[in-house]
Each structure stands twice: as structure tokens, then as C-alpha cells.
Design a protein. Structure first.
Length: 424
């Protein structure tokens, strides 16, 4: 009897929710064939069969949470199928289960099995030892934390120092949160109909991460505005030739990405990350670009944006946005990122305060371009296409002076976009 298990997903993902079964009991499947779709915190993953056979049993239902390595289905590798396990009658299924139970419980004739059987349960538990790094063991002793209680993200199960710190923070948060009183369910008024919809796993993750960022980071936002006249004029002059040469349209995102990279070089703390008591200054520029989907906001990453041309950036963003909307993004598309750009202007937002995409310490918010009267000099005013921009930053490592100067640099570069073209 073969087993289908949840495969290794990524270092930071240990569980998921079964979205749907792509096969049914009794179906014959080949090795490598898709059998289920798994929804994780970041992307959807299709689980494949490692062996050929006939599906005899599903151990989990759509909506169930499953963990890496957990058995979720069984199949008959002989390929015959049928029998009691595929019968639709409840009595037959129960009888088959009863007949198989003694066989499943019978120990195999091996030294390991005999030893395990003879060792008392308490003794066997006491002889097991959680794998942990020396630093993690030392910190656990100092904080009075049991290693067995600590969950680790290490694929080999090794507990590390940051796992201890994360466990301690979560325990403290639970102690501080007061229990919520139970709400009395009121009978629904037929004149005021309601609908209850279960949040998807991704929506729950987004909600939790946004709250976590606001609780752990000292987030502030500063604003500026850009006169988009020069960028719009440049796009108008070059868009046709650009499309003919590169088969991709020249949009605003490539200008903003290039400007962000130039500003990050000038103010490297906004391209950093806090890890414990250290600052990690990143010497590369992987820029996340927020994309809206039906399941919520995702942030695919444009890798090495400093090395890419305008056409490379536009093509990369277009490709990842399409994959996001088709639910085809991979974990690699989403992992990492040193700084994020989000454009609420496409939905008509005039001004907003974007929330940090942790553990990043900076995010730039773009907004709607709107004609507004602008003073040209003491005597003249003109209607100009203006855009408000916002920078949310972690005040723990970024001071107000740096944040304001960073945003002013973005403004200067975009109001003189020829310099960006010369660079890229």
C-alpha cells in the first residue's frame, strides 16, 4: 500500500490547507501526476504522486490543515484498486477497516520493532533528545524554555537561536492578550441578511502579518509630491519605439523602480533588515512590486533591479503580474525582497500610508496622477499632473532626515527622468 505525503515546500513553510482534490477514490494515477492542490501562506502548490497506482483512500478533506511529511492519501501500487477500500457502502468500508487494523498494528519482525515494543512509553520519551544548536540550548536554559515546546522552521528539525526568540515572543503575546468574552449569537433578522465566508489561508496570513508588522516595527510615514510632466512627456515621445524594440509597453513602474534603486544606493539603511541586535545592510537590490489578486495582495520580486534595463523591468513586472492573477507564482517569485513599491493609484487612491512588508524597513507608495494648480513662480501658476508619494519606514533604524531625503531624491530623479535613462 503506497502513501501520498505533503512534500517539502520551503524553509519558511511547514504547513498548508488542502484546497481541492484533483482526483477521486478509485482513479488510476501515474507517477508525477497531480493529485491535489495545496494552499500555503504564499502560493498554491500542486501535490504529485510519487508512485503509480489506484487511489484507495483520502485521509484529509478540502479545508483541512496538513503539515510537511503528513500522509494525506493512500494508493494501491498493484494498480488493481477496487476491494473494500473503494466501496461506497459505509458497512463495507467499516468492515475493511476492522480487517486491516490487526495487520497494521502488528509489529514487523525487526530488532528496532522489538526494542520499541519493550521500552516503556515514558522511558522512550525521556531518551529522545531534541536536536538544537549550542546557542539555542544555552538561550533555552537561560529563559527556562523547554526545547520540546519550540517549533522550528529548519527543514531538518534543528532548533536554532531565532526559534527560541520567536517562541518567547509568541508566548509573551499570548499572556498579554486578555481572553475575549464569548459573544452571544443573536437570531438573524430576515430583513437584514448576512453571509459568512471563511477567510482563505492567504487572507488570514496577510491579516496576521500586517498586524505583526504594526506591533513589532516603529512605523512612520512621510510624504512628498512629484510633478509628473517630464516623465509623461518622455513616455509619450518614446513609447512607440520602445514597444517596437522590446515588445513591452513603457510604463511608470520602470521609472519608479530605477529611481528607488538610485535612492537606496544613496540611503542604504532603507535597504537593510534588523536581525536580533544587528543590522544587515544588503548590497543587492531585489525590489518587491505589490500586485492585487482575487485572494489578496502578493509581492513578487524583481531580482537585481540595478542590473536590469527599463525593458527588462517592465517585462519582469508584466510576467509576474500575469502569473499572480493566474495563481501561477512560485515560492521563488515571492521570497526575499529588500524594498517594496505599491501603487494604489491604479485604483484611484490619492493618498495613503502603506504598511511595511516585514522584515523590510521601507515601502514606497505611489498614487493617482491628478491635475492640480502648481505655482511656477511668484506670478504664474499652471495645472500640472501631480502625484503624491509616501514612504513608510521603520524608525528603529531609519531617522526622519534619511526618510525625507530619500523621498526628495525620488522626486528629483523623476522630475528629471533623462538621468534615469542614461543610467539604465
Amino acid at each position: 500500500m503506497g502513501e501520498i505525503k505533503v512534500p517539502e515546500l520551503a524553509e519558511s513553510i511547514t504547513e498548508g490547507t488542502i484546497s481541492e482534490w484533483l482526483k477521486k477514490v478509485g482513479d488510476k494515477i501515474e507517477r508525477g501526476e497531480y493529485i491535489a492542490e495545496l494552499e500555503t501562506d504564499k502560493v498554491n502548490v500542486e501535490i504529485t504522486a510519487e508512485e503509480s497506482g489506484v487511489i484507495t483512500e483520502f485521509l484529509k478533506e478540502p479545508g483541512d490543515t496538513v503539515h510537511v511529511g503528513e500522509v494525506i492519501a493512500r494508493l494501491d501500487e498493484s494498480g488493481e484498486g477496487g476491494g473494500e477500500s473503494t466501496s461506497s457502502a459505509p458497512e463495507a468500508k467499516e468492515e475493511a477497516t476492522q480487517e486491516k487494523a490487526p495487520e497494521a498494528e502488528a509489529p514487523k519482525e525487526s530488532t528496532t520493532a522489538v526494542a520499541t515494543k519493550e521500552v516503556p512509553k515514558e522511558e522512550a520519551k525521556s531518551t529522545s533528545r531534541t536536536i538544537a544548536s549550542p546557542a539555542a540550548r544555552k538561550l533555552a536554559r537561560e529563559r527556562g524554555i523547554k526545547l520540546d515546546d519550540v517549533k522550528t522552521t529548519d527543514p531538518m528539525g534543528r532548533v536554532r537561536k531565532h526559534d527560541i526568540e520567536s517562541h518567547e515572543n509568541k508566548s509573551a503575546a499570548k499572556q498579554q492578550s486578555a481572553p475575549q468574552p464569548q459573544k452571544q449569537v443573536q437570531p438573524q433578522d430576515p430583513q437584514k441578511p448576512e453571509e459568512r465566508i471563511k477567510m482563505t489561508r492567504r487572507r488570514q496570513t496577510i491579516a496576521n502579518r500586517l498586524v505583526e508588522v504594526q506591533q513589532t516595527a516603529a512605523m512612520l510615514t512621510t510624504f512628498n509630491e512629484i510633478d509628473m510632466t517630464a516623465v509623461m512627456a518622455l513616455r509619450k515621445r518614446r513609447k512607440d519605439n520602445f514597444f517596437e524594440q522590446h515588445d513591452v509597453r513603457l510604463g511608470f513602474m520602470s521609472f519608479f523602480t530605477k529611481a528607488v534603486v538610485a535612492a537606496l544606493r544613496k540611503f542604504p539603511l532603507l535597504n537593510a533588515e534588523i536581525q536580533g541586535n544587528e543590522l544587515v545592510l544588503k548590497k543587492y537590490y531585489d525590489i518587491g512590486v505589490a500586485v492585487s489578486t482575487d485572494d489578496g495582495l502578493v509581492v513578487p520580486v524583481v531580482r537585481d533591479a540595478d542590473r536590469k534595463t527599463f525593458s527588462d523591468i517592465e517585462g519582469d513586472i508584466l510576467d509576474k503580474a500575469k502569473k499572480a492573477r493566474d495563481n501561477k507564482l512560485t515560492l521563488k517569485d515571492l521570497q526575499g525582497g529588500t524594498f517594496t513599491i505599491t501603487n494604489g493609484g491604479v485604483f484611484g487612491s490619492l493618498l495613503s500610508t502603506p504598511i511595511l512588508n516585514g522584515p523590510q524597513v521601507g515601502i514606497l507608495g505611489m498614487h493617482k496622477i491628478q491635475l492640480r494648480p502648481v505655482a511656477i513662480d511668484e506670478e504664474r501658476s499652471e495645472n500640472r499632473p501631480m502625484m503624491y508619494i509616501a514612504l513608510s519606514y521603520d524608525h528603529r533604524i531609519v531617522d526622519g532626515k534619511e526618510a525625507v531625503s530619500f523621498l526628495a531624491t525620488i522626486k528629483d530623479l523623476l522630475e528629471d527622468p533623462e538621468t534615469l535613462l542614461l543610467e539604465g
